[in-house]
Write a protein that binds this ligand. Structure first.
Ligand code: ADP
Ligand code: ZN
Length: 733
C-alpha cells in the first residue's frame, strides 16, 4: 500500500524525487532527483553523490524537503533496478529505532557487500561445433570426444578432462570445431531436497517436529523454544521444519553462534538434504559473498546458514528462522550498531510473518520465562537420543583435594584421566582461559605487568614467547628486569591458561596424544579445526580447550570431561554471571558420553556449595532457573524490567569523566526510571580510551527508547567524547 502510494507520487512529475537513505551516520534520508521514467519504490538501490563520494543507498520514502529541483542532485538506480525486499526495509527501520542507531548505519549492514550489485561477467563455455578440423591429432580427438556429450565446459575444464594443454583446446576453437556459449556467472545454487534422507525420529522428536512443521505451514509469525538436553536431537528435529519450509518454496535462515561449528554442521545438513546450504559469515571471499547475497535476493538460495549478520540479507521469501544455541553471548554484537541477534531474529520473523525457532539445552532466562509463561511454544526433548544417557557430574573441592603447589589437575581428576586413557576412550579438559598464564608478577615487589592501553593484565603466551593484551592486541617480551624494583629475572607466571594445563598434562601423561584448541590470535581457525578433526578421527586422546570446544561438538568416544577451574565466571556484579557459568559448564558437560558409553564430568571448584555448582551436580536445571527467575524479578532486572547502558569513551580521560557528570545531571526524572552512575567501566581504560558508564533501569512498561531520546537530545557531549547506547546490555565491561 505504502509502496503503491509512493510509486504514483514519485511518477507524477517529469523528475521524480525521493528520500534516499545512505549508509552513513545521518539523521535520516536525503532528498535526490531520480531519472524520469524510472520505476521507483522503497528499497530501490541507487548510487547517489554525497560530498566527494558516490554512495550506495536505497530509496526510503518521499522527498521531505521543499528544495527546488535545480538544487537537488540525481541518484541513479543500479543496473537491473534491484529493490531491497519490503520486510528488510521495515526491519532496518525497526532495528534503528530500537537500538537508537542512525538508520543509515543499520542499512550499511544490509549493503556491506557492494560487489553484490555490480553487473557480473558471464562465463564462456564450449560445446562441439559443426566444423571438423583438418588436422586431427590424438589430443584433439580426445577433446572432441569429450565435448561430444553436449555439456558446456570451460577451456581449463576441457583441457584437464582430456589431459591436454589449453593451447590444444584453443586451437579447436579457432578451427570452429568448438563453439562458445554464455553461461551465467555462477553455477546454480543447489536446492536442498526435503526427501533426500529423512531421519526416523523418536516419539518425542516426532511430536516436536510435527508442531514445528505446523508452524511453518501456517505461514504466520510464531515463536517456539526447542528445549532439549544436549544430544537429544534438536538439530534432527528442526531439520524437519526446514524440510517443510523448502517443500513450501520458502527460504530458511539458520543462525549459528560460531563459525567454527559450520564445517560439521554443513556436512550434517548435506547428509540430510543432499547438498550443503549456502553460508554467510565474515570469512567469506568477495566472490562467494556476491553469489550468496544475490541468491538470497533472487530466492535461489533456499537455506542460508550464517552468523548474526545474515539477519540483514535480502531474503525474497523468508519462511523460517532458526536460532541455534540461542543463549549464546556471541549473538550480541558489541560494536557498530549494538544489537542482540537472537532478539532481532524474533523481530525479523515477526515482520516477515514466519515462525522462528530458538534451540538450546540451556536457554537464556529471558527465553525460558517466555516459554514457561506461555508466550512461546515450549517443545521439550527430555532424553538423549538412542542409548546415550546424561553424564554423571561430580564436584571436586580443590580447597581439600589439591596436588602440589603450581599444579592444576587434582588427584581425582588425574586418576580419572588415567582410567579413561587406559580404556582407550577420549577425554576433554576445559579451561576458559587462553594462553599460558593470565598474570605475570614480580616475585620481589609484586609488580603486575599490565597493558599500557587497557586496564587489564597482559597474558603470557609461552609458545609464542610473548605477553599479550587480549583486548587491544598489544604485545611485548617479558622484561629482563622489573621496571618497578629492578630485580633481575624476577617474573613468575600466576594461574593457569590452557597452555599451562597442557604442559602439566604432558608431564603427567607423556604417552598420551593431546591437542590444544583455543580461539586464539596465534591459533587461527584452521588450527582449531585441525584439533577438532583430530579428535573426531581419534588421532588424539585428549583435547584441551577454551569455550571453543564447549559447544555443539559430538565426539562419540569422549567419556570424560574435566573442568579445570569452574569458578572463573566470577560474580563481578553482573546479574547474568551465574546464568552464564551454568550454561557454559552445562554445555561442556554435555560433551561427555554422547554415544553408548556413559560419561563422567569432574568439576574442580573452590565453592562446591554455590547454587550453580549444586545445580550442575544434581542435574536440576529448572530449579536453578526458577531461583534465578525469582531473584531477577525481585531486583526488577530483565526480563522483568528493562536496562540500557550509556558508554562514554575518549582518549581524553577528563573529557570522558566530565561528559559522564554532565549527562547524569541532565537525566530527566520519570516514573519507573532510575539512572545509575557515572562510574568507571570495568575496563576503565580500553584500547587507549577512558570509559565511563551510566545504567538506566526501567520498569517493564516504560518506553526506554523514548526516555533516552528525550535525554540525549538535550545533553551536550563534546566532539572528543564518543557516546554509545547499548539497549539490553549483556556485558558490563
Ligand atoms: P542436540 O542438537 O540436541 O545436541 P543432535 O541433533 O546433535 O542433538 O543429536 C545428537 C546425536 O544423535 C547426533 O549424532 C544425531 O545425528 C543423533 N540423532 C539424534 N536424533 C536421531 C534420530 N532420530 N535418528 C538417528 N540419529 C539421531
Ligand atoms: Zn590492551
Amino acid at each position: 500500500m505504502k509502496d503503491a502510494v509512493l510509486k504514483s507520487a514519485l511518477q507524477l512529475g517529469p523528475t521524480p524525487r525521493a528520500g534516499v537513505l545512505l549508509p552513513y551516520p545521518l539523521p535520516g534520508p536525503y532528498d535526490y532527483k531520480l531519472p524520469s521514467g524510472v520505476e521507483v519504490a522503497r528499497g530501490l538501490l541507487v548510487t547517489a553523490p554525497l560530498g566527494p563520494r558516490e554512495a550506495l543507498g536505497a530509496v526510503w520514502g518521499q522527498a521531505e524537503g521543499a528544495v527546488g529541483d535545480n538544487r537537488l542532485k540525481y541518484a541513479t538506480p543500479l543496473e537491473g533496478h534491484p529493490v531491497l525486499p519490503a520486510d528488510l526495509c521495515d526491519f532496518i527501520d525497526w532495528v534503528a529505532d530500537y537500538t537508537l542507531n542512525y538508520p543509515g548505519m543499520v542499512l550499511a549492514m544490509a549493503l556491506r557487500s557492494r560487489q553484490a550489485f555490480e553487473p557480473g561477467a558471464p562465463r564462456t563455455a564450449y560445446v562441439r561445433g559443426h566444423e571438423t578440423p583438418k588436422r586431427l591429432t590424438p589430443a584433439r580427438a580426445r577433446v572432441l570426444e569429450i565435448a561430444g556429450d553436449g555439456l558446456a565446459r570451460s577451456v581449463p575444464a576441457l583441457a584437464e578432462e582430456a589431459n591436454v594443454t589449453p593451447a590444444v583446446v584453443r586451437g579447436l576453437i579457432e578451427a570452429g570445431a568448438l563453439v562458445g556459449v554464455e553461461l551465467p556467472e555462477f553455477d546454480p545454487v543447489p536446492r536442498p531436497d526435503p526427501h533426500f534422507a529423512p531421519t526416523t525420529l523418536s516419539l518425542e522428536q516426532e511430536a516436536a517436529a510435527r508442531s514445528l512443521k505446523a508452524a511453518v505451514a501456517a505461514k504466520r509469525f510464531s515463536t517456539a523454544l526447542l528445549d532439549g538436553v544436549t544430544g537429544s536431537g534438536k538439530t534432527e528435529t528442526y531439520f524437519e521444519a526446514i524440510a517443510e519450509a523448502v517443500a513450501q518454496d520458502k527460504q530458511v535462515l539458520i543462525l549459528l553462534p560460531e563459525i567454527a561449528l559450520t564445517v560439521q554442521f554443513l556436512d550434517r545438513f548435506a547428509a540430510r538434504f543432499g547438498c550443503r546450504p549456502a553460508e554467510w559469515h565474515s570469512d567469506l571471499g568477495q566472490k562467494e559473498r556476491r553469489r550468496v547475497y544475490r541468491a538470497a535476493m533472487s530466492g535461489e538460495a533456499r537455506v542460508i546458514v550464517g552468523a548474526r549478520s545474515a539477519l540483514f540479507l535480502p531474503f525474497r521469501a523468508l519462511g523460517l528462522v532458526i536460532v541455534d544455541e540461542e543463549h549464546e553471548q556471541a549473538y550480541k554484537q558489541e560494536e557498530g550498531p549494538i544489537y542482540h541477534a537472537r532478539d532481532m531474529a524474533v523481530v525479523r520473523a515477526r515482520i516477515a510473518k514466519c515462525p522462528v525457532v530458538l534451540a538450546s539445552a540451556t536457554p537464556s532466562l529471558e527465553t525460558f520465562v517466555n516459554a514457561t509463561g506461555g508466550r512461546y511454544a515450549h517443545l521439550v526433548l527430555p532424553r538423549r537420543h538412542g542409548n546415550a544417557t546424561l553424564p554423571e557430574v561430580r564436584l571436586i573441592d580443590v580447597t581439600r583435594e589439591r596436588g602440589d603447589a603450581g599444579t592444576f589437575l587434582s588427584p581425582p581428576l588425574r586418576e580419572a584421566l588415567a582410567a579413561t586413557l587406559a580404556s582407550g576412550e577420549q577425554a576433554m579438559l576445559f579451561l576458559n582461559r587462553r594462553g599460558y598464564a593470565p598474570l605475570t608478577l614480580c616475585e620481589a615487589c609484586g609488580y603486575k605487568i599490565t597493558c599500557p592501553n587497557c586496564s587489564a593484565w597482559l597474558v603470557e603466551h609461552r609458545y609464542r614467547r610473548r605477553l599479550m593484551c587480549h583486548h587491544c592486541g598489544y604485545d611485548t617480551h617479558t622484561p629482563a628486569e622489573c621496571p618497578q624494583c629492578a630485580a633481575p629475572s624476577s617474573f613468575i607466571a600466576c594461574g593457569p591458561g590452557v597452555e599451562r594445563v597442557a604442559e602439566e598434562f604432558a608431564q603427567v601423561f607423556p604417552e598420551a596424544r593431546m591437542a590444544i584448541a583455543s580461539s586464539d590470535t596465534m591459533q587461527g581457525p584452521g588450527e582449531t579445526q585441525a584439533a577438532i578433526r583430530a579428535m573426531h578421527k581419534r588421532e588424539i586422546d585428549v583435547l584441551i580447550g577454551t569455550q571453543i570446544v564447549a559447544k555443539g561438538h559430538h565426539f562419540p568416544q569422549l567419556t570424560l570431561v574435566g573442568v579445570v577451574d569452574a569458578d572463573l565466571g566470577g560474580s563481578d556484579g553482573d546479574m547474568r554471571a551465574r546464568e552464564r557459568t551454568f550454561q557454559l559448564l552445562h554445555q561442556v558437560s554435555g560433551r561427555a558420553g554422547r554415544a553408548d558409553k556413559p560419561g563422567l564430568v569432574l568439576i574442580q571448584t573452590r565453592n562446591p556449595k554455590d547454587p550453580v555448582m549444586q545445580a550442575l551436580a544434581k542435574g536440576d536445571r529448572d530449579a536453578f532457573y526458577e531461583q534465578e527467575r525469582v531473584s531477577r524479578e525481585r531486583a526488577g532486572s530483565p526480563p522483568f524490567g528493562r536496562l540500557a547502558a550509556i558508554i562514554l569513551s575518549s582518549a581524553d580521560a577528563d573529557a570522558a569523566r566530565d561528559a559522564g557528570r554532565i549527562l547524569a545531571k541532565a537525566a530527566p526524572s520519570a516514573r519507573g526510571v532510575k539512572v545509575w552512575g557515572p562510574t568507571p567501566a570495568f575496563y576503565s581504560l580500553l584500547r587507549g580510551q577512558t570509559r565511563e558508564r551510566l545504567l538506566v533501569q526501567a520498569e517493564r512498561g516504560v518506553d526506554i527508547q523514548a526516555y533516552l531520546r528525550a535525554w540525549l537530545r538535550q545533553a551536550k557531549i563534546t566532539g572528543v567524547v564518543r557516546l554509545t547506547v547499548d539497549i539490553d546490555p549483556m556485558s558490563f565491561f
